[in-house]
Design a protein around this ligand. Structure first.
Ligand SMILES: Cc1ncc(COP(=O)(O)O)c(C=O)c1O
Length: 436
């Protein structure tokens, strides 16, 4: 093992042996190399004569660039967008994202969390977490309705075993009993469990109520108290898009942080969906654990390992994406811009609810509960989802996603409010066509 990895391991082990035990073999071996990056950082400070350290190019004291490239970037200097960003992400963005996280999650106030590490959006963040914390054979608990890419990220790439609980109970709420039973059953055979909490949920658009969220957190804390090491990963991709009064308006991460030595919270979030910049690929990994003493050294060790995983996969996330995200966050109109897009999404979600309340759809489907995010999902009663999807596409030019045998996912995020009625009427017509 590299001596730098050993040093980081000692810091983590001393602060909390359970957190150390949850690291995968890869995670234990990870470190942030001192090679080119740190020599170059040293040179940046002291090499006043010539700095010939890093694999970029300069010209007349500026970053070398093609004028045709920089002409397309308004308001950013070449060194703010064309140079490599650090593997950790650019510091002002990491600080700004953390500050915003505290503002958006008031319950995090006074709790010790790490600085976010920048990833190439959330998918890459999940892969980094997977490398660092998941060993082949580890159990990952997920609801029966989940984002399909978790299969590739965790099962295919890391050979984890995904185990499902039922997302909804018969009253249309979060199925706390199924969640708890699943956790307890799996805890009998496993010392470590990984739980992924994705709210707003893809594909259903469900976020738990405040009281459900409190119970989810207490189930996790309880299980940790009984001796299971629990890694609670919150995938907050659609964070902030909460449309109804009684749903949780914060990340479930804020309920998990600093609660129990055996419970480690990892928050994954990003500008991609929240700030409508999908292609900029800017995401973050933030840790919230329980340490008896000072948190700083140990978070620093976790951040170094995480940045090592970034260095060893993509080296660093797009500097252009990070700078654009940061400048937008610093703009005077940032919050009002976000609010106006939120209002559009909310109007669409409420219009979907209004339209679906019509009893004429009752025999065709039942909508799964939804109150947030980009999506909602229909549970079809009499026709299968895939043939209906193909039929709607070919006969009416309507594109939807079929999931499993009877579920049809509708991304209302892409449908204007005034088109919602027509969309569902067309789906109903499609159901009738296939039924007759
Ligand atoms: C639940 C969930 N997590 C993560 C992602 C990926 O987000 P990103 O574009 O930031 O990689 C998606 C995208 O579809 C998603 O639905």
């Amino acid at each position: 093992m590299n001596p730098l990895a050993k040093e980081l391991n000692e810091v983590i082990q001393k602060a909390n042996p359970h957190v150390f035990n949850m690291l995968s073999e890869v995670g234990k071996n990870l470190y942030f190399p001192k090679g080119i990056l740190s020599q170059s950082a040293e040179a940046k400070e002291k090499a006043h004569k010539f700095n010939a350290t890093i694999g970029m190019a300069t010209e007349k004291g500026d970053t070398m660039h093609l004028p045709s490239v920089i002409a397309m970037v308004n308001g950013l200097k070449p060194k703010e967008c064309l140079t490599y960003a650090p593997s950790f992400g650019i510091m002002p963005l990491r600080r700004a994202w953390k500050k915003e996280m505290l503002k958006k999650n008031p319950s995090l106030e006074g709790k010790a969390i790490s600085l976010p590490i920048v990833t190439n959006a959330i998918t890459h963040g999940l892969s980094v977490v997977s490398d660092m914390w998941i060993n082949p054979g580890d159990v990952i608990i997920l609801p029966d309705k989940m984002w399909g890419n978790y299969n590739l990220i965790f099962s295919v790439r890391r050979q984890a075993k995904i185990v499902h609980f039922s997302l909804f109970d018969e009253t249309g709420g979060f199925n706390l009993k199924s969640f708890q039973d699943c956790l307890e059953t799996q805890a009998k055979a496993n010392k470590k469990l990984v739980v992924i909490l994705n709210f707003p949920n893809n594909p259903t658009g469900y976020t738990p109520t405040v009281s459900e969220a409190d119970t989810i957190a207490s189930i996790l804390i309880d299980q940790a108290t009984r001796g299971t090491n629990i890694l609670a990963i919150s995938d907050d991709a659609y964070f902030g898009l909460f449309y109804e009064n009684n749903s949780l308006k914060e990340s479930i991460f804020s309920r998990i942080v600093n609660q129990n030595p055996r419970l480690l919270g990892i928050k994954l979030d990003g500008a991609t969906k929240e700030n409508y910049v999908w292609g900029l690929r800017v995401g973050f990994i933030t840790y919230g654990a329980y340490f008896e003493n000072s948190h700083e050294d140990v978070y620093n060790a976790l951040e170094r390992k995480t940045a090592g995983a970034v260095r060893g996969s993509i080296s660093n996330a797009s500097h252009l994406g990070q700078s654009m995200t940061l400048k937008s966050m610093q703009s005077d109109t940032y919050w009002s811009e976000k609010k106006s897009k939120f209002n559009i999404m909310k109007e669409r979600a409420l219009e979907v609810k209004r339209v679906l309340a019509d009893p004429k759809y009752r025999d065709a489907w039942e909508p799964y509960p939804f109150n947030s995010g980009y999506f909602m999902c229909l549970k079809l009663r009499n026709v299968e989802a895939e043939p209906l999807r193909v039929h709607l596409l070919e006969k009416y030019g309507v594109g939807l996603i079929s999931l499993g045998k009877y579920d049809l996912r509708v991304a209302f995020s892409c449908i204007e409010k005034d088109d919602v009625q027509e969309l569902f009427d067309t789906i109903l017509q499609g159901v009738k066509d296939l039924g007759s």
